[in-house]
Design a protein around this ligand. Sequence first.
Ligand code: DSN
Length: 426
Amino acid sequence: MSTPFWGPDFDALQQQDPEIAGVVLNELDRLRGGLQLIASENLTSPAVLAALGSTLSNKYAEGYPGRRYYGGCQVVDVAEEIGIARTKELFGAEHANLQPHSGASANLAAYAAFAKPGDTVLAMDLKQGGHLTHGSKVNFSGQWFNAVSYTVREDSELIDYDQVRDLAREHRPKIIIAGATAYPRLIDFKAFREIADEVGAIFMVDAAHFIGLVAGQAIPSPVPYADVVTATTHKVLRGPRGGMILSRAEHAKALDKAVFPFSQGGPLMHSVAAKAVAMKEASTPEYQAYANQVIANAQALAKSLEAEGMRAVSGGTDTHLALIDLRPVGVTGSEAEARSDAARITLNKNAIPYDPAPPMKPSGIRVGSPSVTTQGMVEADMAEIGRLLARAVKAAQGTAAGDAELADVAEAVSALVARAPAYPRP
Ligand code: DSN
């Protein structure tokens, strides 16, 4: 290496643009000063951040390694080749594409590879834990495709596989999608595969939420069952914000073409390189221990909230997130989100299955353990977080007593995060 590293230079940013430098510092302070319980977020490593903040951001590299539409790609090719090899190895996948800019872009490409506008797709209802790209009417998936939705059972709040089979037989979808954003339980990929085979559908798994748990071998993998697995790289997996696609070799060409040139132009090579770094990190025994701890922590948090009178949807969790029904404590999800925010606990309001309340004032919250587990928290910390969160949720914000309680909880949160800080100071 003859050239010195020319990476993130925070002094230069502070000198040239103090306003944006201030935003960057304020966000770091926010992360350090509170608890991040948003199930889809995590705290990436300094190594991932270094790759993201590198000159690889400059390079146009439309195409794929060795087959680019620009000169000068010989260096970034190496990053993508390493990233693809690591990803295939980590997930035992025959093919990997690291270029999707996001999970939504990965899903768009997967649809494009296997279906034409007007075709039928079968996926989980957004209101019951699915995703916008699983057929919502406000999204391309619901406008360009005939989207049919399956639900969870009202009694168990688990996916109704009998209903999935019935709908598949009735509608003969081109693609059947498994995967969700607010489903706390394991998904039976074998059952989905059998249904897809019976009706001749492509089986796609949107593993964005749980792919990091698969990487850490903490839950079963969809890769042996699915034709295509789409995912994000920034959730439990703890990589840069972005998407990826895994598939069987037979679908490689169609998927690569659906990413570029069909739905994207130049890949974000700094992000592709950062994804490669994340795959290396996720291949270690330390990461496997992390993934298992993520689940143990989510379970401890759900238990603690239940002890405080709330209800965990489906009775608990097998993953990194829990969906909490707040009706037993008489608080809406929006109130809980605002109160938690005031107590420096960040989470999101969320609809629960068969929610009688409107989407902007749903009955629940979604909590997740990826970020706090990265900070080194364990079950005992999660029990404490549960107690603090319950105090915040129940505090009557806007009254003197409620606001004092929230200030008190915020102080306790500060003390807790001081013991296990995010991005500890050197
Ligand atoms: N918006 C993400 C989440 O929070 O689950 C999914 O894309």
